[in-house]
Design a protein around this ligand. Structure first.
Ligand SMILES: NC(=O)c1ccc[n+]([C@@H]2O[C@H](COP(=O)([O-])OP(=O)(O)OC[C@H]3O[C@@H](n4cnc5c(N)ncnc54)[C@H](O)[C@@H]3O)[C@@H](O)[C@H]2O)c1
Length: 336
């Protein structure tokens, strides 16, 4: 069987995960990488033995590829996604699919025109406790879902050091796509109205022009309600950079998912706290890889991925409504 040839646009933190996933997956291989930062492109090309580009159009033109992974910053997905679709490539795009409705609609249109497949990498659907929750919902164990509380936050390490573009994004755009997608996937219903409130000042005092926290109340068409919370200002003294918690209340049951505590606590001469290893026997593992394997499998088997451009569009609609409500102080009705 011929291996799927993968090209990666954006060779940053997540780009490296996509590259490793393609390398580890038995029926695919990374072939080319593109980053506008020449040094990053060269470094990834050397590590994975690929051809390096700084212009994705040139990469699409000069290299034979089956699949494109768009792993550029949140606000920079539209052009590489649409250009890759126009070149008749299947695309896996990082979350959020888009940060404006204009971009989201243009991507949906381009997918339809191309006849290619697009997956939005809402990788938390592959996070095992979330997957098990979805199964419990489908099996009727929780009854009719009534309420969700979903929180995903980071310490200041993320906006201060990890991302060079944090002032062009926000905890809302960077983190809430995961939570909004999960709750919509659990509820199996679309969001209808949003009321949101933000706080700011801490990051701005550090020279990062974005809000600190967002709290959003979202009503869904099935009558259920969800409260979303995100923050980028948790202290760096925490033993983890991600704070992740989800609670679901149904007519027959409740689930609590404390996703932060994937830890080993060891008490000997000293107390030790380690997160579950991301590598065992040199093999990178876990849901960030499983979601990418799912896309590769779908392309090989000519199937639709479980999170597509419509999931991306609905997700962006809620994100934009949250920002609008927090900016105006008004309820916002979701419109597509
Ligand atoms: N699925 C997840 O769990 C998850 C987790 C973290 C980040 N992400 C998403 O992945 C995306 C990338 O995040 P990251 O942390 O890797 O950021 P990053 O800054 O580490 O990497 C982004 C790279 O894209 C490059 N780039 C920007 N514009 C480009 C262009 N036009 N052509 C080629 N390269 C370009 C940058 O130079 C940079 O090297 C974001 O959308 C982010 O939200 C997803």
């Amino acid at each position: 069987m011929e291996l799927l040839k993968c090209g990666i646009i954006g060779a940053g933190i997540l780009g490296k995960i996509h590259l490793k996933a393609c390398l580890q997956y038995p029926y695919a291989k990374p072939v080319a990488v593109c980053d506008i930062n020449q040094e990053r492109a060269n470094e990834a090309a050397e590590e994975f033995n690929l051809k390096a580009y700084t212009d994705y159009r040139e990469m699409l033109h000069k290299t034979e590829l089956d699949i494109i992974h768009v792993v550029t910053p949140d606000f920079a997905h539209r052009d590489p996604v649409i250009t890759s679709l126009e070149a008749e490539k299947h695309v896996i795009c990082e979350k959020p699919m888009a940060t404006t409705m204009d971009d989201a609609k243009a991507i949906v249109k381009a997918v339809k025109k191309s006849g290619c497949r697009l997956m939005v990498n809402f990788s938390n659907r592959w996070n095992v406790p979330h997957h098990n929750t979805k199964k419990a919902i489908l099996d009727g164990e929780l009854g009719e879902l009534k309420h969700a509380y979903a929180r995903l936050s980071n310490t200041t390490y993320v906006p201060k050091q990890m991302l060079s573009w944090s002032d062009k994004s926000s905890p809302t755009m960077f983190l809430l796509p995961h939570m909004i997608d999960l709750v919509r996937w659990f509820f199996m219903s679309e969001a209808e109205t949003v009321y949101a409130s933000k706080t700011e000042g801490v990051l701005k005092s550090m020279g990062i022009d974005t809000h600190d926290t967002m709290t959003a109340l979202v009503n869904f068409k099935n009558g259920a309600a969800a409260c979303f919370e995100t923050s980028w200002i948790l202290p760096e003294s925490l033993p983890y950079i991600v704070d992740h918690y989800v609670k679901l209340i149904g007519s027959k049951g409740i689930t609590y998912l404390d996703m932060t505590q994937h830890v080993l606590r060891k008490y000997g001469d000293k107390a030790e706290y380690t997160r579950n290893p991301e590598t065992i026997f040199g093999y990178s593992r876990g849901f960030p890889y499983d979601s990418i394997y799912h896309f590769l499998e779908c392309i090989i088997n000519d199937r639709n991925p479980i999170s597509n451009e419509i999931d991306g569009l609905m997700n962006t609609a809620v994100l934009c409504a949250i920002i609008e409500s927090a900016d105006t102080g008004k309820d916002v009705r979701i419109q597509i």
